[in-house]
Design a protein around this ligand. Structure first.
Ligand SMILES: Nc1ncnc2c1ncn2[C@@H]1O[C@H](COP(=O)(O)OP(=O)(O)OP(=O)(O)O)[C@@H](O)[C@H]1O
Length: 272
C-alpha cells in the first residue's frame, strides 16, 4: 500500500451527513480495455452499519468490491481509509487495513477443520510447535461470542458443515482477526430459510460490534432485513446511496433497472 503519490497528507473531503466514514471512495472508475465497468463511483462505508450493494447483473458490483479488496486496480479515483488517503494495491494491502472479503464458495478450505481454517496462514506457535490449545480456545470463544452454537466440534472439517455454518465460520474468522470492514458476496445465495435467518443475524451482530459490513445481494428480502443503507449501481454508475428508511423494494428495483425512481417510500414497520 503506498501513500498518495504526491506525498501530501490529504484528508478526506467531509461528508454531508457529518459522519466520518471508515472507507470513502470518490470518482472510482474501472475499465477493462474498451469495457467501462465503473464510472465515477462515490461511496462512503460506515463503521457499525450494514451497507447493501445492489444492482442488476453486470452493474459492476463484483468489480467494485474487487477494487476495495485489492484485486482490481481502479483506472482512476481515490480512496480514504479512516480519513487517510490510501492506495489498495493488493489483497495483502486490504488485509493489512482490516478488510476481509467473504466470497460465497471460496471463503474456507474444505479439507481443513474449523480451527485450521480460522487460523490459516496466521497459526500460533509455542516452542516451535503449533499451539493447538490456544488456537482452539480462541476459535471457540469467538464462535461463542457470536452465539454460533450449532457446530458440533471445532475440529470438524468444514466440508461436513452446512452452508449456513460455513458462512458463520467465515464471519467468526473475520471477528477473530479484528477485521474492520467485512465484504460479503451473496452470503445467503445457497441457503435455505432457517440458515439465511441465522446468517443475517450474524451479519447484524457484526455491525453491532462496530464492524462496517458491505453486503452484495440480489435478494431484496435479505437486503431489507439486514441493511441500514443501500447503494445501487446501474450500468457502472452509483445512482443512489440512501438509508433504508427512505427506500422500499419497488424504489430499489426501479433504481436497479432504470437508474432512477420517482416513488416516495411507503412507511413500514421498523426492524426492531
Ligand atoms: N475481468 C474482466 N474483463 C472484462 N470485463 C469485465 C471483467 N470483469 C467484469 N467485467 C465487465 O464489467 C461489468 C461489470 O461486471 P460485474 O461482474 O462487476 O457485474 P455484477 O454487478 O457483479 O453482476 P452479477 O450480479 O451478474 O454478478 C460487466 O460488463 C462485465 O462484463
Amino acid at each position: 500500500m503506498s501513500p498518495n503519490a504526491e506525498g501530501r497528507s490529504a484528508t478526506a473531503p467531509s461528508d454531508e451527513a457529518g459522519e466520518n466514514p471508515l472507507l470513502r471512495l470518490r470518482g472510482i472508475s474501472k475499465s477493462f480495455g474498451p469495457v467501462r465497468a465503473l464510472t465515477d463511483v462515490d461511496l462512503d462505508i460506515l463503521a457499525g452499519k450494514v451497507t447493501a450493494l445492489a444492482g442488476d447483473n453486470g452493474a459492476g458490483k463484483s468489480v467494485l468490491i474487487k477494487c476495495i479488496a485489492g484485486i482490481h486496480a481502479p483506472t482512476s479515483g481515490e480512496m480514504w481509509w479512516d480519513g487517510r488517503h490510501v492506495h489498495i494495491e493488493s489483497p495483502r494491502d486490504a488485509a493489512a487495513l482490516g478488510i476481509e472479503t467473504v466470497y460465497q464458495d471460496l471463503a474456507l478450505c474444505d479439507n481443513l477443520d474449523i480451527v485450521e481454517n480460522m487460523f490459516l496462514g496466521r497459526e500460533r506457535t509455542r516452542r516451535a510447535a503449533l499451539d493447538q490449545e490456544s488456537m482452539e480456545h480462541s476459535a471457540l470463544d469467538t464462535l461463542k461470542s457470536l452465539a454460533v452454537t450449532s457446530v458440533k466440534s471445532i475440529r470438524q472439517p468444514v466440508a461436513s458443515l452446512s452452508g449456513g455454518q460455513r458462512q458463520s465460520v467465515a464471519i467468526a474468522k473475520a471477528v477473530l482477526w479484528n477485521s474492520k470492514l467485512v465484504i460479503m458476496d451473496e452470503p445467503t445465495a445457497a441457503l435455505g430459510v432457517a440458515q439465511t435467518a441465522m446468517v443475517l443475524q450474524l451479519v447484524r451482530r457484526l455491525a453491532d460490534r462496530g464492524v462496517a459490513v458491505l453486503i452484495v445481494s440480489h435478494n431484496m428480502n435479505d437486503v431489507f432485513e439486514v441493511a441500514d443503507r443501500i447503494a445501487v449501481l446501474h450500468l457502472g454508475r452509483m445512482v443512489a446511496v440512501r438509508p433504508i428508511e427512505e427506500l422500499d423494494r419497488q424504489i430499489v428495483v426501479d433504481l436497479m433497472t432504470t437508474g432512477q425512481s420517482t416513488r416516495v417510500a411507503q412507511p413500514r414497520p421498523s426492524r426492531e
